[in-house]
Design a protein around this ligand. Structure first.
Ligand code: FPP
Length: 239
């Protein structure tokens, strides 16, 4: 494995599609919920890796708009797991100085999850070392459509000149406004697609796939993704 020297290029923003919880559980003869529980432990390990390797931005695809189609039991489990996770990790967010943000259609989340998120977003707002963004009830096409609606409404009201709208200005209407674009997108679990995740923001991201199921994701895989990133040439369309 190539060495990761301090001078190696590192991603500033890593975004992760955490896939394979259900298959991990099946492999171990467990319920899907046990896979999600183990997935929450992998989230904590990943936060620790970001702290250790000085990666300031981490975005996690924790629940997609499509995930609402899962059984009510699984959805309820995931929402409760989220609340437990936030309660249990509040001290870590403070210790690592991590600011929490959320992107997605939050109106659809159950009230206890919304309240807990709101409370942690507020209490971590001044943290400036790390940035954890949870994509919850998130779908990129929905996010882009919503941004287009805002722009159209402003233009109709005469508050925005359509000719003056450039890419940077449009990005300001996305929920990720203020966040840098991801440099590296990781997808675990063996599938090789983006699944409606950060489609606009991923335009120039390096993408790294691994067969590892999300609950098994740990420092060796994180490190391997960083090593691979360090050896890719990012040309952003140039030569
Ligand atoms: C995909 O695995 C994973 C999810 C839909 C949920 C992600 C949730 C977690 C990692 C749990 C904790 C997260 C937080 C932020 C506390 P899958 O169920 O689709 O797996 P499969 O493809 O093997 O069935």
């Amino acid at each position: 494995m190539p060495e990761l020297s301090p001078a190696s290029p590192r991603p500033r923003h890593i975004a992760i599609i955490m896939d394979g919880n259900g298959r991990w559980a099946a492999k171990h003869g467990l319920e899907r919920s046990a896979g999600h529980q183990a997935g929450a432990d992998a989230v904590i390990r990943t936060l620790e890796c970001c702290n250790q390797y000085a990666i300031p931005y981490l975005t996690l695809y924790a629940f997609s708009t499509e995930n609402w189609k899962r059984s009510p039991k699984e959805v309820a489990f995931l929402m409760n797991l989220l609340v437990d996770f936030l309660d249990q990790q509040a001290a870590k967010l403070a210790e690592y100085q991590i600011r929490l943000r959320v992107i997605g259609d939050l109106e659809r989340l159950p009230r206890p999850a919304r309240l807990c998120l709101q409370q942690q977003i507020t209490s971590t707002a001044a943290n400036a070392k790390g940035n954890l963004t949870l994509a919850l009830s998130y779908g990129s096409r929905h996010e882009i459509t919503r941004a287009a609606q805002i722009v159209a409404r402003l233009a109709k009201a005469g508050a925005l000149d359509p000719e003056a709208l450039d890419e940077d200005a449009f990005a300001g209407y996305l929920q990720t406004a203020g966040l840098p674009d991801p440099d590296l997108i990781i997808r675990t679990g063996g599938e090789q697609r983006l699944s409606n995740f950060l489609l606009w923001q991923a335009s120039y991201a390096e993408i790294w796939f691994t067969e590892t199921f999300w609950p098994d994701f740990a420092e060796p895989q994180f490190r391997q993704a960083l090593d691979d990133f360090a050896h890719r040439q990012r040309r952003f369309g140039g030569i």
